[in-house]
Design a protein around this ligand. Sequence first.
Ligand code: B12
Ligand code: SF4
Length: 491
Amino acid sequence: MPTGNPKPPLRLLLVECNNMNKWVGTTMPYEMHVPPIGLMYLAASARRALPHLEVRIVESSLDCPSDTELARILDDFKPDVVGLRSIAFFLEELQRVAAVVRQSSGALIVAGGPIVKAYRRRLFEDVPELEVAAKGEGEETLVRLLSGEPLAALAGVLYRQDGEVLENPDREEIADIDSLPFPDYDLIDLDRYEKQLSYAYNHRRQGVLLTGRGCVYHCTYCFSHWKKMRLRSAENVFAELEILYTRHGIRDFYVVDDIFNVNVKRALRFFEMIREAGLKPRFYFVNGLRADIATPEFVDRAIEAGAVWFTYAVESAAEEIQRLVDKRLDLDKAREIIGYTQRQGVAVNISTMYGFPTEDRAMAQRTLDWLGELPKPSLLPYHFCLRFFEGCEINRQALEAGWSSERIGLTSRFSYNDMAMSTPTLSKHEMNEIQIEYHRRFGTSNPPAVAAAVGTLRSIGYNDTDIVHMYSVLMRKMIRNVNDLTAVGAA
Ligand code: B12
Ligand code: SF4
């Protein structure tokens, strides 16, 4: 018989507010869903600190795309607090979720994630139901909030009081991120995520690894809501991987760091630990690796440890643009290591963009021609049009270059797939030309490029279903059969 007077459970519902239809932009049945590790990190810390806490995590586009489904979840779980994570792009979804929560429950509504840094006080105007918003890193803030710390004393939040929005000072970021508990996989259904497309467009039991927070570089277009760069130790990352591998049967790990290879020594130590333990995972570096600090040794050891997918962030091959955005990538070194990685037979993606302030057609052309010097095209055929996020230095640079603030503000609400808007130095017609040339030379209108990419994908374990679903999303057309792919590409 339990004795004493245990605390009544406190119920926390965490909702990833996203709308995959808006993102993919069509009625495509295949959607990308990635385990929401931001919320899984929050849940792990909150559960460790508050044993009487009951937590549930849902993803709005997966679990409750309709208001009725969301209301049912609220009615069933009866949360005391609802925590919402979102990004600027999904403001309308955050609004929808907050409105349903308020209609169906009396729970405290707290928001977090990149949307808070992007909108700050304005978020309270756009989301009238919002009571508290957490800036930046959320673990400590959430634990203290749930523990009952008065809002006035709680660092790292904005909150509504008597019709006013008040802002407290930022919270100091956790210096030793090895001290954080690992994201809580018990709160998500891995089988369900396996049915969706992963960040690398395949169907797998997905492990998501975040081995560091923040970046040492300061590219002017980059939206980062971490202040200082902090890395987990190789030992700590390996310990998480081992648990996911042995306890959860995960073999596929998607690394979502801003820049995984910033400390090469740490990366090599991590790969060595995997080799020594005899584990056979597959790694997908789905976010940018910095090409001019990657070495053949890094690539070789990564592949030995199971890496099958590398993404190098180049952005522009025009030196003026590299200087403007303060990326200053050594393009010769980048060309060399990208070619080297491609020759190892793994998937290599090259992130490039156009539409920078002051960039004209000739500068944009240099990026296309530079791509033409590589042994192979990027496996993912994306040539992005630059998007602007509130709070980034590049917005000021664009204003200086004569852009209207309205034009700057609008772009963060677009998906990568949406049509680009002209700039003072690049007309819409020129942007179309760039996209057409990109796809004709390197992308989906180039049958040999598509066929080569399909060959690489097969060699790293993609089956026909993965490939058909992946290309249906990339081409925004229903592809029925892998053999139809080159024909569709040519169309
Ligand atoms: C993985 C990822 C994806 C994945 C998965 C989506 C996801 N879960 O975010 C995919 C590939 C689907 C994706 C797509 C897109 N993404 Co994305 N993505 C990321 C990435 C690389 C990592 C996110 C992550 O897991 N971070 C790690 C966790 C621990 O951090 P977190 O989630 O922010 O959570 C912490 C805090 O924010 C806070 N917190 C979060 N929620 C809450 C809630 C409460 C209640 C509290 C108290 C605290 C709190 O506490 C958490 C722990 O400290 C980030 C870049 C980055 N460095 O964060 C971009 C990023 C989030 N993506 C971004 C964008 C723009 C997109 C797209 C719109 C791109 C496009 N134009 O098409 C699409 C949208 C589709 C979608 N579903 O999100 C932007 C958002 C910018 C903005 N101002 O809003 C970012 C910041 C990248 C960037 N620098 O531009 N993305
Ligand atoms: S774009 Fe990449 S390298 Fe540049 S600051 Fe952002 S994360 Fe760092």
